[in-house]
Design a protein around this ligand. Structure first.
Ligand code: ADP
Ligand code: MG
Length: 559
């Protein structure tokens, strides 16, 4: 009997590795651009067609490769950047594993044209990792790598790719991020023949931030500069009033590599303290330089996660640095946690306190229930022997959510007499543009008027004008996170409705509104819970109230 176990062919090994390093066109772009950065390019041009699935071409004016190096470059574990395992702890380049080109070449048709300063250039054609043609060409110093028909030989991977427009937005975001990490380099991104991003190098971090993150980020920014021993942290913090529902606006570079590092992100948030509320995330652009042996970048194939030594030290450096940077201006709006005064009287409205003798403005929830009081967004209803406490905010959430699901809300979208403009970052604009149709289905009408601004012409009835910007970016980034996942189409509507309805944070309800909401609530599919599962009403029996008092008097005696 032949052996059952066999060593895999190089082709199979490379394809398996490719699955880790390159799982999408964006990851190919990332690897190629990082190689260009490592080659000390001063300008990098990225061209994509069809979201990169048809074509990705990255050209640089870096140091180029001689013929022998070019031939080696597509071999697995071939790298000019480290020599031994020891070097792994002192990585100063973006790449070091020597597997990206081999991986990309194994799942595409690739062409490499490269030349060193003053030398005749080399042109290689590679198919499924095999060199099929070698030639000489004349070109100025630098390298151009063209990746054609990505994943053509791995149909399963190809099937799992997102729509071209969505990948386009992802690549836009990626190149924007890379350019924030390397302000000394110029970047140009051309998608389907159109230039979508262009920043010249060399420029300062501040200038690069202005170009990429927009004027708005910089206008309210807090500069941060902090050094402790060999640890240097530098960059800009967004204003505590300019926050986002997720972390898309957070740019943390460790030794110029964009990373997501939860510990440090949390530490930054900590530095903001109570200036922002729990569910919001600040924007920032920070560069951390630390000795390379304090950070292990060899923990993730795409190197987006890192492991830190001296995590606690860095954590405390971050939160102190952020706190110090923010303390510069003291007129910061702070979130106040002071309890509101207990006040049963409802200003400018008929009081709703009518226990014994109901007056003509009686509210009915169900047949036998009656409103005994309204306090902030809570209604107290008496229902037979028990007391119902209704949270009108949760009710409102439920009612709007179901309205959106049934597309009732957009039917009465409000055209604005005076349209207004919202300024976004160019990255956010690209995301909104990608998901414009879905966002508009909720009752918005938007028109792109500049690369970082939309004109708002209509809004859904439950939205306030001053919240539009936040909601639209929230929706776009929620969708962005969602694409590529399974059941996207099916769940998209529900997800959108949930996000949009979550914005209806009305705190005050008139008597008429309260009445109407209670009526509408009865028609919803689950009147007892908000779409997030918070209860809309809590019942206290007479006994439960008695027990509450008993428990309190017991606690009072014991203390
Ligand atoms: P790594 O970047 O981890 O070394 P890669 O597979 O990405 O591995 O690249 C292999 C080698 O090819 C690099 O170490 C580098 O010497 C060379 N190389 C790749 N791209 C370029 C480029 N744009 N310019 C010059 N050399 C390059
Ligand atoms: Mg590389």
């Amino acid at each position: 009997m032949p052996n059952r176990i066999q060593i895999l062919s190089d082709e199979a090994i490379n394809q398996i590795a490719a699955g880790e390093v390159v799982d999408s066109p964006a990851s190919v772009v990332k690897e190629l651009v990082e190689n260009a950065i490592d080659a000390e390019a001063s300008k990098i041009t990225i061209e994509i067609v069809g979201g990169g699935l048809k074509l990705i071409r990255v050209s640089d004016d870096g140091m180029g490769m001689g013929r022998d190096d070019a031939l080696l470059s597509i071999q697995r574990h071939a790298t000019s950047k480290i020599r031994s395992a020891h070097d792994l702890f002192h990585v100063k380049t973006q790449g070091f594993r020597g597997e990206a080109l081999a991986a990309i070449a194994s799942v595409s048709k690739m062409e490499i044209v490269t030349a060193e300063e003053g030398q005749l250039g080399t042109k290689l054609q590679i198919e499924k990792g095999e060199i099929v043609k070698i030639g000489s060409v004349a070109r100025t110093r630098g390298t151009t790598i063209e990746v054609d028909s990505l994943f053509y030989c791995v149909p399963a991977r190809k099937r799992f790719q997102k729509a071209a427009a969505a990948i386009g937005a992802e690549i836009f975001r990626l190149v924007s991020n890379l350019s924030l990490g390397h302000p000394e380099v110029g970047f140009e991104l051309i998608s389907n023949g159109q230039r979508s991003l262009f920043v010249m190098g060399p420029s300062s971090l501040e200038e690069r931030a202005r170009e990429i993150l927009g004027q708005e980020f910089l206008a309210g920014k807090f500069p941060l500069e902090f050094a402790e021993g060999e640890i240097v942290l530098k960059g800009f913090l967004g204003s505590p009033t300019n926050v986002r529902p997720n972390r898309t606006g957070q740019h943390l570079f460790i030794n110029r590599r964009l990373v997501s590092c939860q510990v440090l992100q949390e530490a930054i948030r900590e530095g903001y303290g109570t200036r922002i509320d729990d569910k919001r995330h600040p924007l920032f652009l920070l560069h951390l330089s630390i000795p390379s042996d304090l950070v292990d970048v060899n923990v993730h194939p795409q190197k987006t996660q890192v492991r830190l030594r001296e995590e606690e030290l860095l954590r405390s450096v971050f939160s102190r640095a952020v706190e110090k940077a923010l303390a510069v201006r003291s007129e910061m709006p702070r979130v106040s946690f002071a309890p509101r005064a207990f006040d049963f009287s409802v200003e400018q409205e008929a009081p709703l306190v009518f226990n014994e003798e109901p007056v003509e403005q009686e509210l009915h929830f169900e047949q036998e229930s009656q409103v005994v009081a309204k306090f902030s967004h809570y209604l107290f209803l008496q229902e037979g022997e028990s007391l119902e406490l209704v949270d009108l905010k949760a009710v409102h959430f439920r009612v709007i959510f179901e309205g959106l699901l049934q597309e009732k809300q957009c039917a009465d979208k409000q055209m604005l007499l005076i349209p207004f403009t919202i300024g976004l970052t160019p990255v956010e604009s690209a995301m909104v543009l990608t998901h414009q149709e879905a966002i508009e289905a909720l009752g918005f009408e938007l028109r792109l008027i500049a690369k970082d601004a939309f004109m708002v012409r209509a809004i859904p009835p439950f939205v306030k004008e001053e919240e539009v910007k936040q909601i639209v970016t929230y929706l776009a980034s929620a969708l962005q996170d969602f694409i590529g996942k399974r059941d996207y189409e099916k769940e998209r509507r529900e997800r959108l409705a949930l996000v949009a309805a979550g914005f209806a944070k009305k705190e005050q309800f008139s008597n008429d509104e309260a009445l109407l909401l209670l009526k509408q609530l009865k028609e919803t599919s689950s009147p007892f819970h908000s779409p997030k599962g918070e209860p809309t009403r809590i019942t206290f029996s007479y006994e439960a109230i008695q027990n509450l008092f008993k428990a309190h008097s017991k606690a009072a005696k014991e203390s």
